[in-house]
Design a protein around this ligand. Structure first.
Ligand SMILES: [Zn+2]
Length: 176
């Protein structure tokens, strides 16, 4: 790796840690721990964590919450030149929103074999017919990001708690 690539990788890890803090906030509220931040010119302009239960909103994934936060702050419904960091591979809904927002680069941590839209289940980012293309980097601090989820579901199993979401409860009974 050259010096530029090294610096970029370190910067990606720095911002991914910020996304991990967001995921930890979700876990504290009993939500599946996924966190996201939006970065513009090396400054954090949006933050979000997964909160569909608390917000009674099926679209309240970390990425959507962070995109809304950034769009409000920047006063623009599009976020060209911005980067989004998220602890888990985006789902199809979030991949669509990231493309609509014209996000330049998406950096994620752990893969999501059950819902990932960057190749795990399908690959929306590779769809040639879509008119916007986003660069995607996966696997940044993947172990730490994945551990948040496995610890969360292990605790749920131990406590016999339910998330209120039949799919998540089913998942909670399996290894993540
Ligand atoms: Zn999503």
């Amino acid at each position: 790796m050259n010096a530029d690539a090294d610096a970029r990788a370190l910067e990606d890890e720095f911002f991914m840690r910020e996304a991990i803090y967001q995921a930890q906030a979700a876990a504290c509220l009993g939500e599946v721990p996924v966190g996201a931040i939006v970065v513009c010119e090396k400054a954090i302009v949006g933050r979000g964590f997964n909160s569909p239960i608390g917000d009674q909103d099926p679209s309240a994934h970390a990425e959507i919450v962070a995109l809304r936060d950034a769009a409000r702050r920047l006063g623009n419904y599009r976020l060209p030149g911005c980067e989004l960091f998220v602890t888990l591979e985006p789902c199809a809904m979030c991949a669509g929103a990231l493309l609509h927002a014209r996000i330049a680069r998406v950096i994620y941590g752990a893969r999501d074999p059950k819902g990932g839209a960057h190749g795990s289940v399908l690959d929306l980012f590779a769809e040639e017919k879509l008119n916007h293309h986003t660069r995607v980097v996966g696997g940044v601090l993947a172990d730490a990001c994945g551990r948040l989820l496995s610890d969360f579901f292990a605790e749920r199993r131990a406590g016999g708690e339910k998330t209120g979401d039949p799919q998540e409860d089913k998942k909670a009974g399996e290894d993540v």
